[in-house]
Design a protein. Structure first.
Length: 187
């Protein structure tokens, strides 16, 4: 049986990207994103050359269970693999549930894919992104500083990573001379 949650106020430390009181802290290195970058040779070279930290998720102590509303701060480091920007793995929810993201620091955005259509929502400057049920979502650091955002989601949402590995996200986010662009990928 799960322990009943109690009301609490949390501090979001924007300088460190940590939530307090703290729940699980997850670190994703580049090797955790195998199969997601277009340039596999550049990917393996970067993994062999130190396997850099790509993102960290600092979650509040809220269980991922029906009725609960977990929240977390994700920090994506600046960087790229052969021009394709550092990003989260991305997932579909296993349940028909939505999610809300709010940009907190740095520059970045939200790539969404419903299996046919791709959408981009910029989360820089404190923007809020709404993720409807049925849309896969991935965040991308488009700047040269850590990009941080708050995520709030239903505890029963679940994470399906396999479907993103199989189907992609409909587009890749790639560095250009004066910023970044979305490159469409046939799915
Ligand atoms: C946000 C939320 C989490 C998610 C995390 C990293 O904090 O959406 O549920 O786990 O981003 O994204 P991913 O799970 O795709 O690696
Ligand atoms: Zn989600």
């Amino acid at each position: 049986m799960s322990i009943p949650t109690t009301p609490f106020g949390a501090a979001l430390d924007i300088a460190s990207g940590l939530v307090s009181p703290e729940g699980p802290l997850q670190e994703r290195r580049l090797s955790d994103l195998r199969g997601l970058y277009a340039d596999e040779a550049a990917f393996e070279a970067a993994v062999a050359d130190g396997d850099p930290l790509v993102y960290t998720v600092s979650a509040a102590p809220v269980p991922e269970e029906a009725g609960e509303v977990p929240f977390s701060i994700t920090t994506i480091e600046p960087g790229d693999v052969a021009g394709e920007l550092f990003m989260t793995k991305g997932h579909w929810h296993t349940a028909h549930e939505g999610e809300i993201y709010e940009g907190k620091a740095g520059r970045g955005g939200l790539l969404l894919f419903d299996g046919a259509r791709t959408r981009w929502i910029d989360l820089s400057d404190g923007a809020v992104g709404y993720i409807p049920p049925g849309w896969a979502h991935r965040t991308v650091n488009t700047g040269d500083q850590p990009f941080r955002f708050l995520a709030v989601y239903p505890g029963a949402a679940g994470h399906d990573y396999e479907r993103v590995l199989e189907r992609g996200m409909g587009a890749r986010v790639v560095r250009t001379q004066d910023g970044f662009e979305l490159q469409e990928v046939a799915s």
